[in-house]
Design a protein around this ligand. Structure first.
Ligand code: ADP
Ligand code: MG
Length: 442
């Protein structure tokens, strides 16, 4: 009998080839239509023998639901067939594999990519929920990619999907524990909203490489979900940025930093002063948000205006001395490159670093340059650790230090842009003209 492990089964009209994947009860093969078109499809085969009453029902629901819908981000069911051994779902072929593989071969996904994927997933889910369909098994393994060159998500595996109105309450456990909403894991009572929980878990996995409650057993998972251990990381996370939340302390912290900035500026250390001014501005913006008294608000705005102007002047000074350093660094870089001729990995990392420097010169290229620096430096640090003592090590060491300083400087630039943006946003709420005109930090 044909089935997993016995090579692909035979199906009239198609040539089944490689195995694309398998899940709980199905095996999916790539296949070609025998007709002239030679259309490529994916065929999900379910051995009848392996089906109990519940899984027959699941399969019928999957067919019934998929047959009735068409959406750019939901895998298309083209046809279904059966013979004495198997039931076959003939589906659109997704050449990019599944999202689980996609994430894990890249370790994590950049936020930009994750966001595009979230949009596509959201549009598919909105479409389903408008039709009162819940997927109930959302996880990266069940989300496919149309291709690797231009990946579009395709929601797949409707084996657990259900017709559910928003007020329906269900009790049957469905799906995969790691992606299950807590009410399903802990109370076994849930409604259509559980799909959205799974989306959150998927997003987390895309950004951090593993799901938030990664566990080896159901008991461990339940313990983690129920645990009331304080989630410290959340409070200190730079994205939440609790430190810069508008509060009664914002102004005092801003003032303390600005005092230091002025002093450092007087001492003639432009780069350090610039950095302090920027840190101070990071607190002034929330201080402005916090202040309710109109007069005091105006006074702060006027001060901010002055600091922004000074920061702008300092920026010109710092960037011209940076340019000079950059030119000085070039000859040492050339020498290092010459000495790295027999080390392709080192050469490649140095290439990344010089690409970063080139990006820096482009208008608006800061963030890209920063990404490149981080990537290049990661490699160079590993190589430096393995480099035996000698002239090349010395040069490499200096180069790594220079690059780190550049990256730090750039980080500041990016932050400065952000506070300028924040100040401009405030401006819409009434920031005075003087601040607006001096808030051009780049
Ligand atoms: P199960 O219900 O057994 O989990 P799935 O429908 O999730 O079956 O398919 C199992 C695996 O097969 C998926 O995780 C994916 O890797 C692969 N696969 C499924 N459908 C397709 C398709 N249309 N194109 C490419 N690969 C697919
Ligand atoms: Mg599956």
């Amino acid at each position: 009998m044909a089935g997993p492990g016995w090579g692909p089964p035979r199906l009239d009209g198609f040539i089944l080839t490689e195995r694309l994947g398998s899940g709980t009860y199905a095996t999916v093969y790539k296949a070609y239509a025998k007709k002239d078109t030679r259309e490529v499809v994916a065929i999900k085969c379910v051995a009848k023998k392996s089906l109990n009453k519940a899984s027959v029902e699941n399969l019928l629901t999957e067919i019934e639901i998929l047959k009735g819908i068409r959406h750019p981000h939901i895998v298309e069911l083209k046809d279904f067939q059966w013979d004495s051994d198997n039931i076959y779902l003939i589906m659109e072929f997704c050449a990019g594999g599944d999202l689980s593989r996609f994430i894990h071969t890249r370790r994590i996904l950049p936020e930009k990519v994750a966001r595009v994927f979230m949009q596509q997933l959201a549009s598919a889910l909105q479409f389903l929920h408008e039709r009162s369909i819940s997927h109930l098994d959302l996880k990266p393994q069940n989300i496919l990619l149309s291709s690797l060159e231009k990946p579009h998500l395709k929601l797949a595996d409707f084996g657990f999907a259900q017709h559910m109105s928003p007020w329906d309450e269900k009790h049957v456990l469905r799906g995969s524990p790691l992606y299950m909403a807590p009410e399903m894991v802990c109370q076994r009572q849930y409604d259509a909203r559980v799909d959205l929980w799974s989306v959150g878990v998927i997003l987390y996995e895309a950004l951090f490489g593993q799901p938030p409650f990664a566990s080896r057993s159901f008991t461990e998972l339940e313990e983690k979900i129920r645990s009331n251990r304080v989630i410290e990381d959340f409070f200190t996370h730079p994205w939440v940025d609790l430190e810069h939340m508008p509060s009664g302390e914002s102004l005092a912290r801003a003032t303390a930093l600005v005092v230091q900035a002025v002093k450092t500026d007087q001492d003639g250390d432009a780069a350090a002063a610039l950095s302090l001014y920027c840190q101070a501005l990071d607190f002034f913006v929330p201080a402005l948000h916090y202040e309710v008294d109109a007069q005091r608000k105006e006074a702060i705005k006027a001060k901010v205006g002055q600091y922004v102007s000074r920061a702008e002047e300092l920026k010109v000074i710092v960037s011209s001395s940076n340019q000079a350093l950059l030119r000085q660094g070039t000859s040492a870089q050339d020498l290092l490159r010459e000495m790295a001729r027999d080390k392709p990995r080192l050469l490649a990392a140095l290439e990344v670093a010089s690409a970063a420097t080139a990006k820096e010169e482009e208008a608006g290229g800061e963030q890209d340059a920063l990404d490149l620096y981080q990537h290049g430096l990661g490699e160079l640090l590993v190589l430096l650790a393995a480099e035996p003592p000698g002239r090349r090590r010395e040069l490499l060491h200096t180069e790594v230090q220079n690059l780190m300083a550049r990256a730090e400087y750039l980080k500041e630039q990016v932050k400065m842009k952000e506070s300028r943006w924040a100040a401009e946003t405030l401006d819409k709420e009434g920031l005075s003209e003087s601040v607006r005109s001096s808030c051009t930090l780049q």
